[in-house]
Design a protein around this ligand. Structure first.
Ligand code: ATP
Ligand code: MG
Length: 632
């Protein structure tokens, strides 16, 4: 049965107007969705930040305040890789476990403002650890499970973390991922200079791992002995909650710091709005907690709103294709939030696979991380959502804390492949290169005017970099680094990163526009468009395409022509590429984004000097692309 949506087109419009007319009152009212130990009396001032005179504790907001009303409701449904391996934690269970771990952290000497590194596979302890840090006012720094020892060592050193929470090993299909061994190697890389003095180990499997005397401890016995209540630390609204590194799509990852009161207000507000969150929903965001999406829409937004969240240990297509659909069917998932990369991969498995599952529990679908092309949008909407679910494309960044431009289900008219409208209270502007705001239907540099509660506080240890990256490029505006087009109805279409804009004979082309056109060719699973210098046109366009597996030679031979034809037809003759490279894969960040800066360099004939590659999921592809481009 369809529940009544939270917002109607009329109430949504009223919300937009209230936010526009009196933002101070609007945000102060929204802050009341949280429980404060001292209520804030101001929303924002440039000097002091958001809700500056308020104080609160994030874990009290995510756990304690739900105990009276939903203590026995599942907070987390965890599905292990093995089908029989399921764990249901009620809000009461979660509260007890968080308190126990918070006590252990305090006993380990962790104080307010200290950094704790969390390096875990998709087990409930990840969320528990984040909440435990929040309870005692420590900042967490979550490391993606797949990071190499070098990537971990850099982040440990930059953050100065003294305590680490990791696992003995993680499971990935038949494979065992050596979490503890990788952590040991990371700490050893810095030798005496390492700041880490305590390593707490979650035993995910029965495997035994070496423990360093005096530094390492298994968590289970400590948890069994720890008290299950823990006095929360009252934090100022503008105290930092966590430190998290960006995906590194455009270069060296930035250590983004988020605050307490503003961030949690934003997480709660956006989670409720964009997913039309309702009592009884089973909310599944597939992101790893090592990324911002996993912070805001796994760990904080859903718990702040008293939701039931789904956490899955396994992979989309293991041990058989359709495993994700199986999880949705088994647990009655109502809200399903994932990335375009995942959607495209699942789409390439064909429609018969999802057709074998009952997906009727689904109500709202979501996408984040990259522009979603028309093909993927339509497939997700029609095949997975059965044409009946709202599909929200949510544009945002690590730095924005939560969604900024997104459909609000049932309140905003959807449009395939558009992130649609800014959320009430968010004021995007499009600028030309000189920084002049542009009106009406136009394409430009996407900036945000004014502030919003979820905006990052700073870059860790480098506020000057925060200023020069986001605030100085276009004074008076927050610079997102992305480009967008606005249509006559005010809908936004993200065109890609500003650095990736290709200027062919004076025509500005966003990478997303070209890739969207190519996505209509069924034999191609993915593509990336980049610009290279061109004597006459200024820039020329180069395209990398990844064909579907199992194509015949004849089909392969026809691909380049199809690409040229579809670009000429959908975008224009001026955009016809100088070269089309057929490649087995595209370089991707570990969060699944295509790294165009590398493809651009390789297309220019460069073979070295690629900068920080630690965030690449598939570094081996770089050499292969160099070879393919060199041979062509
Ligand atoms: P880095 O900042 O280190 O280069 P990153 O920008 O990939 O890495 P994230 O903060 O994880 O790190 O990603 C935010 C970026 O992802 C946005 O700036 C935008 O380019 C892209 N993005 C996210 N969601 C969407 C979306 N729905 N549509 C289009 N692009 C999106
Ligand atoms: Mg970025």
């Amino acid at each position: 049965m369809l529940s009544t949506p939270r917002l109607t087109p009329e109430s949504y419009k009223r919300l937009v107007e209230t936010a526009r007319n009196d933002p101070e009152a609007f945000w102060l009212r929204e802050s009341r969705r949280l429980e404060w130990s001292t209520l804030p009396t101001t929303a924002v001032d440039a000097e002091n930040g958001w809700f500056a005179d308020g104080s609160l504790n994030v874990s009290v907001n995510c756990l304690d305040r739900h105990l009276a009303t939903r203590g026995d409701q599942a907070a987390i449904i965890w599905q292990g890789e093995e089908d029989s391996n399921v764990l249901r934690l009620t809000y009461r269970d979660l509260h007890a476990r968080v308190c126990a771990l918070a006590n252990i952290l305090r006993d380990s000497g962790v104080k307010r403002g200290d950094r704790v590194a969390i390096h875990l596979p998709a087990v409930v302890e990840g969320i528990i650890a984040m909440q435990a840090c929040a309870r005692i006012g420590a900042m967490h720094m979550v490391l993606f499970g797949g990071f190499s020892a070098e990537a971990i060592a850099d982040r440990l050193a930059d953050s100065g973390a003294a305590v680490v929470i990791t696992a003995n090993v993680g499971r990935r299909g038949a494979k065992r991922i050596p979490f503890k061994t990788t952590m040991d190697a990371a700490i050893a890389l810095r030798g005496e200079a390492s700041t880490v003095r305590r390593v707490l180990v979650v035993e995910v499997t029965d495997d035994t791992v070496p423990l360093t005397e005096g530094r390492d401890a298994l968590l289970t016995p400590l948890l069994e002995a720890a008290p299950t209540t823990c006095e929360p630390e009252a934090m100022n609204a503008t105290d930092p909650l966590f430190l998290l590194y960006t995906s590194g799509s455009t270069g060296k990852p930035k250590g983004i710091v988020h605050g307490t009161g503003g961030y949690l207000t934003w997480a709660s507000y956006t989670h409720e709005l964009i997913f039309d969150h309702q009592q009884g929903d089973v909310f599944w965001c597939t992101a790893d907690i090592g990324w911002i999406t996993g912070h805001t829409y796994v760990a904080y937004g859903p718990l702040a709103n008293g939701a039931t969240l789904m956490l899955f240990e396994g992979m989309p297509s293991h041990p058989m294709p359709g495993r994700w659909w199986d999880v949705i069917q088994k647990h009655g998932v109502t809200t399903f939030y994932t990335s375009p990369t995942a959607i495209r991969a699942l789409m390439s498995e064909g429609n018969e696979i999802p057709a074998a599952y009952d997906l009727s529990s689904l109500r709202v679908l979501g996408s984040v991380g990259e522009p979603i092309n028309h093909e993927a949008w339509t497939w997700f909407h029609d095949v997975i959502g059965g044409g009946r679910c709202a599909l929200v494309d949510t544009w945002w960044q690590t730095e924005t804390g939560g969604a900024m431009i997104s459909l609000v289900p049932y309140a905003v008219e959807p449009r395939p492949a558009s992130a649609t409208l800014p959320l009430p209270g968010v004021n995007p502007v499009l600028l030309d290169e000189k920084g002049t705001p542009l009106d009406g239907a136009v394409e430009g540099i996407l900036c945000i005017d004014g502030s919003w509660p979820g905006r990052a506080l700073t870059i860790w240890n480098d506020d000057a970099l925060f200023q020069t990256t986001y605030l100085k490029p276009y004074p008076g505006h927050y610079f997102t680094g992305d480009g967008a087009r606005r249509d006559v109805d005010g809908y936004y279409w993200i065109t890609g990163r500003v650095d990736d804009v290709i200027n062919v004979s004076g025509h500005r082309i966003g990478s997303a526009e070209i890739e969207d056109a190519i996505s209509e060719i069924h034999d191609i699973s993915e593509s990336s468009a980049v610009g290279i210098p061109h004597d006459i046109k200024g820039q020329g366009l180069v395209v990398y395409i990844v064909p579907h597996e199992g194509l015949s030679e004849e089909q392969m031979a026809g691909l380049k022509d199809q690409v040229i034809k579809i670009i000429a037809c959908k975008v224009g003759r001026y955009a016809v590429p100088e070269a089309v490279y057929v490649v087995p894969d595209l370089p991707k960040t570990r969060s699944g984004k295509n790294v165009r800066r590398l493809m651009r360099k390789i297309a220019c004939g460069e073979t070295e000097g690629f900068g920080d590659l630690s965030t690449l999921a598939n570094p081996g592809i770089v050499g292969e692309l160099i070879r393919i481009v060199g041979k062509a």
